[in-house]
Design a protein. Structure first.
Length: 310
């Protein structure tokens, strides 16, 4: 379990990434099925710099690798209709979308309408907030950085659970499922009480699922496979993200299969009847981001082949 002090050194890892150019198309005939027979998805944040520079080209490159499902992290200054046309042109589906709790405080109806236009199934809260933004506004880096450093109180976590219920009720009215995505901050211990436990107890399990980020679970001091079993059917989405090391104090992500997480154990722990989608994500790079996306895809298709052989 990490302390608040340790979390200060961890937080910087999430906020830094290298912008790299887009490599040519690869693996046009690649299989799309990964472990558990699911399509392999990717969180578009993985190739954020490329997508901002050339969205159509980046989507084409991901499709050429073999990805068929996308999790959104913004629309890159496109309308929902424009983005949907680009996805369709490259044979891609957007099945989930990320919004921070701060973003979900305004224009929630419009965001839900955009997701319906895009055919998205899952609205995911990607980052917690606080009801008193002004309290953190003066912190170095602003409220987001302060939260990453462990700046929320237990009352803030309770508020986040309540807000998840509000957002999930609005989403359900439009046939969208709602989920909460963790970082390591949810595993901070408050004198014997863990933040994630408070949030999940407050959030209605019938309304609010979990998108479990395996790397941040490991960074938070838990075994991802064990924690998936602990949460059971509440885990309906997964972030397939790997870490070079869990020793800290900082953590570096790496292509799936080249780090320390036991992915065979992770997929064995999943309730396949409840898991809807999973998405590759990477934040730090020692190679071109699209090359890293290809390496993760190839590892997962290889793992699927091993599963099929028994």
């Amino acid at each position: 379990m990490i302390s608040r002090r340790q979390f200060v050194s961890i937080s910087g890892a999430l906020l830094a990434a290298t912008a790299l150019p887009i490599p040519p198309r690869v693996n046009a005939g690649a299989a799309t099925s990964g472990p558990l027979g699911r399509p392999i998805g990717i969180q578009l944040y993985t190739v954020r710099e490329q997508a901002s520079a050339d969205l159509a080209g980046t989507l084409a490159a991901l499709a050429a690798i073999g990805y068929r499902e996308i999790e959104l992290a913004g629309l890159h200054e496109r309308s929902a209709h424009e983005f949907a046309r680009l996805l369709n042109a490259h044979g891609l589906r957007a099945t989930a979308a990320h919004y921070s709790m701060f973003a979900l405080q305004t224009d929630l109806g419009q965001k839900i309408e955009d997701l319906k236009t895009l055919g998205v199934e899952h609205l995911v809260c990607s980052f917690p907030g606080t009801p008193d933004v002004a309290r953190l506004a003066g912190e170095p880096g602003g409220p987001g950085a302060a939260i990453m450093r462990g700046g929320l109180t237990l009352d803030d976590w309770r508020w986040n659970g309540d807000e998840m219920n509000r957002v999930a009720e609005a989403a359900a009215a439009s046939d969208l499922r709602c989920a909460y995505h963790n970082h390591a901050m949810e595993f901070v211990d408050y004198n014997g009480v863990r933040a994630f436990d408070v949030l999940l107890q407050r959030a209605d399990a019938q309304l609010v699922d979990v998108e479990l980020d395996c790397a941040w679970v490991a960074a938070g001091g838990e075994n991802p496979a064990d924690y998936i079993r602990q949460l059971g059917g509440r885990v309906t989405l997964l972030h397939i993200k790997d870490l070079l090391s869990i020793q800290g104090p900082s953590f570096e992500t790496t292509p799936v299969g080249s780090g320390v997480i036991d992915w065979a154990a992770v997929f064995a722990a999943v309730n396949p009847g409840r898991l809807a989608h999973y998405f590759v994500e990477q934040e730090h790079f020692r190679m071109l981001p699209l090359a890293a996306a290809r390496a993760s895809f190839e590892y997962l298709t290889g793992l699927a082949a091993e599963q099929a052989r028994g």
